[in-house]
Design a protein around this ligand. Structure first.
Ligand SMILES: Nc1ncnc2c1ncn2[C@@H]1O[C@H](COP(=O)(O)OP(=O)(O)OP(=O)(O)O)[C@@H](O)[C@H]1O
Length: 752
């Protein structure tokens, strides 16, 4: 065995030497080629290609490839060793296959889709169709900074070992993470590869358990689409929607690592406000969070008439269409137009232009055209003036009257029309006084109140955007080639309906996890709410069930929360990576209390690290000290609310000066030690998680509370500790194994 390993290592070392030599030679030659700075277009294009190549080779020479697949195509006499890397490269002297194959190339799909077995396998190429053959070897090769670090065979036809093993994947997953999401090209799994390589013009809906790689897969899919559909898509016309700016920062390294730049990344609120030219209040998101997450006591019941749910459904679509239709019907002002006394343009004429000649245009465009037409008519009529003095007089009058006439037309402003629909602004003449019946009274009242205060919420953006779209028409839109929506369970159907108007060919990747639907007051409760927006032939559903983030112990614990607290069947299947048991540490009930509570029972105060803190805080401090003393790069304390996080942060800061407080306004994720509420931890991950206040005072028995706990627990990669006092919430009690007491903890001196 040792011998085989040695020979595999030596074989890869000599191959690596040869490849590095080739890359260095090519790079040196390119660097020695003088850079063209002249004006000849062809030369400029050639220089552009050379520059791209220089950059690619410079990257390649650090880590040329990560995998090898030995494959023999049916009918070919020889098997080929195919080396797969992040970027493809050829030798100077062309061989029968590339020196390094781009991971996105059709043949590279075998590296990911091959799950063992001795049967023939196949892959699809655009030029030659299905290619069949046998896989002989699947090998992972770790090269870092030009040094061969590891060679691991996951399949060898000539050995009696097991089918493809997870050993290399487990090794990779066991590594500590820094404060950024990373690419996974060397270990993409088959179920993920199918999504990455799915055809472009389909609205893909992906339900993936926590840690199943949804975000990562979406980013790899973008890189794949840019490679596969070079002629049809450009990075500038792709966009990723994610929940907040900090999350966008957290994922911002993956695409550049994959050699992809310039893909827009935004939150829906930022994008839609810009498209509409409106501004949400800077604290609009926090206002929503305050209403739903910062309250104490149980969540209010959610119904289809919960304002954000209703406005996010497509129930408003016909209401909006009717309103815009009514506006259009009544657009042409009553009465004829008279530019000066004695001259009349009959309303009949204007109506004819509006209703017939310019009928194909959207209302706002029609209004512009009719008014421009009236202007031209005035100019024609002015030319018929009998004298220079009459011309001057008429011109002046006409200018005034034209302006006044234009002002009588409806203002095609989405925000104004939206207010009218909710009767938060004066209705135009001819409109019913009452608001449309389709709007439930509670939604009407809530929205009127907010709109009258000038408050726009995120849930108001899709309906306003639809008004904008109906007013300005298709031509006003720059369509995306592809749209990715992460954390899509928090998106509303109306958001998707709207975005569908902004994307070519329903080309969507929509990813989410219903079990993490903590924004259920606005998000979807079932994926059919989204798939129902598309023709069945335009949409496809995939499920990702394996979870790669956390250890088996953490996943099983989190599954317990789901099974008992939510009754959900969407349980995760762990990769066989074992770690420490999940710890449930209880301090005595007297220690209960919110952060900042009175210091009671402080015990041996003067020796303790935070002598004035409550036992609760001291237990948390002790746990944090212990976890941060290990080799972890990121440790998070998760709280139920932002208020709790702020108070805890203030109390812990003297002991942990580098501790970050993460609130909703952050745009950058720094890693290290953090305190944050669970609802802001969505999408992030930490080597170790300390979930504070895991008790009945902070978490109720509703499915929503269990989802919140589930989100919190599934943020942990290697270690999960839950601290609290008093009784455990039902979902945790059912999921928990042994419970420890923190007796004596507050007094114990933490390790530095
Ligand atoms: N095939 C893989 N190989 C190695 N690591 C992987 C793989 N797939 C996912 N991961 C890792 O698992 C972790 C979770 O990935 P990601 O954040 O993309 O999952 P997610 O489904 O979006 O999670 P969540 O919904 O819980 O936020 C990341 O650290 C990612 O690097």
């Amino acid at each position: 065995m040792e011998e085989t390993f040695q020979s595999a290592y030596q074989e890869e070392q000599s191959r690596l030497d040869a490849v590095l030599y080739e890359i260095d030679t090519q790079l040196e030659r390119l660097r020695n080629t003088p850079v063209y700075t002249g004006h000849d277009y062809t030369e400029q294009v050639l220089e552009g290609i050379r520059e791209e190549r220089r950059n690619a080779l410079a990257k390649l020479r650090q880590e040329p490839y990560f995998g090898r697949l030995d494959f023999q195509e049916n009918g070919e006499g020889q098997r080929k060793a195919l080396y797969i890397g992040k970027i493809g490269a050829d030798r100077d002297e062309a061989g029968d296959h590339p020196m390094v194959i781009d991971w996105r190339a059709p043949v590279a799909s075998l590296f990911y889709s091959f799950t063992g077995g001795r049967e023939p396998v196949s892959y699809e190429t655009p030029e030659e169709g299905l290619i069949e053959g046998l896989v002989y070897l699947k090998r992972n090769v770790v090269i870092r900074k030009r040094i061969l670090e590891r060679v691991a065979d996951t399949f060898d036809r000539e050995s009696d070992g097991p089918a493809v093993s997870d050993e290399f994947l487990v090794y990779r997953l066991g590594e500590n993470k820094d404060n950024r999401l990373r690419d996974i090209v060397s270990t993409i799994q088959e179920e993920q590869d199918r999504i990455i390589r799915a055809a472009k013009n389909t609205a893909l809906i992906i339900q993936g358990v926590a840690g199943s790689g949804k975000t990562t897969v979406a980013l790899h899919r973008l890189a794949f689409l840019l490679y596969q559909y070079k002629e049809q898509v450009t990075a500038e016309k792709m966009i990723i929607f994610a929940p907040n700016r900090m999350f966008l920062d957290y994922i911002s390294d993956v695409l550049p690592e994959l050699g992809v730049g310039n893909i827009a990344q935004s939150t829906f609120a930022d994008w839609a406000s810009e498209a509409l030219g409106v501004e949400l209040a800077p604290d609009a998101a926090q206002e929503t969070y305050d209403r739903w997450f910062e309250r104490t006591g149980p969540m209010p019941a959610l119904t289809e008439e919960t304002p954000a749910r209703f406005k996010g459904s497509t129930a408003l679509v016909p209401v909006i269409e009717e309103a815009v239709g009514l506006l259009e019907e009544t657009a042409v002002p009553e009465g004829d137009f008279s530019p000066w006394d004695g001259k009349i343009l009959p309303r009949r004429m204007i109506l004819d232009w509006h209703d017939r000649e310019y009928a194909p245009y959207a209302p706002a465009r029609r209004k512009e055209r009719v008014l421009a037409r009236i202007h031209r008519w005035i100019e024609m009529e002015l030319k018929k003036s009998p004298s220079a003095a009459a011309l001057k007089e008429r011109k002046k009058k006409a200018a005034q009257r034209e302006k006044a006439y234009a002002a009588k037309w409806p203002k095609y402003e989405p925000a104004g029309i939206y207010r009218i629909i909710f009767r938060a602004a004066k209705v135009p003449a001819g409109w019913p006084v009452e608001a449309p019946d389709a709007i439930p009274a509670s939604v009407l009242k809530d929205t009127q109140k907010a709109l009258k205060k000038g408050l726009l919420r995120e849930e108001d953006l899709p309906p306003m955007l639809y008004i904008h779209y109906l007013l300005n028409g298709d031509e006003s839109i720059q369509r995306f080639d592809h749209v990715v929506i992460d954390e899509a369970q928090d998106f509303s159907p109306f958001q998707i309906f709207m975005l569908d108007r902004y994307v070519k060919g329903h080309s969507f990747t929509i990813l989410g996890d219903l079990s993490q639907g903590i924004h259920a007051y606005r998000g979807v409760h079932d994926w059919s709410e989204m798939s129902g927006l598309f023709d069945p032939s335009d949409t496809a559903y995939h499920a990702l069930t394996r979870s790669y983030r956390s250890t088996m112990e953490i996943i099983e614990f989190a599954n317990g929360i789901l099974a008992h607290g939510v009754g959900s069947g969407l349980l995760a299947v762990p990769v066989f990576r074992s770690g420490s048991p999940v710890r449930l540490i209880r301090s005595e009930p007297a220690a209960t209390g919110s952060a900042g509570g009175p210091a009671s029972g402080s015990g041996n105060g003067s020796d303790a690290p935070l002598p004035d803190a409550s036992p609760r805080v001291r237990v948390i401090a002790r746990a944090l000290a212990e976890l941060s003393g290990r080799e972890y790069r990121t440790v998070a304390v998760l709280t139920r609310s932002l208020a709790d996080a702020e108070a805890l942060h203030a109390e812990l800061l003297p002991r942990f000066p580098g501790l970050n407080l993460i609130d909703g306004g952050m745009t950058e994720y720094k890693g290290g030690l953090s305190v944050l509420p669970i609802y802001l931890s969505k999408g992030l991950e930490f080597d170790a998680v300390l979930l504070a206040d895991a008790d009945r005072e902070h978490y109720g028995e509703a499915a929503w509370d269990a989802k919140l706990l589930y989100v919190g627990c599934t943020r942990a990669l290697h270690e999960l500790w839950l601290l609290g006092s008093g009784e455990l919430p039902g979902a945790l009690a059912a999921a928990a194994g042994a419970v420890e007491t923190a007796e004596g903890w507050p007094e114990a001196q933490p390790e530095a």
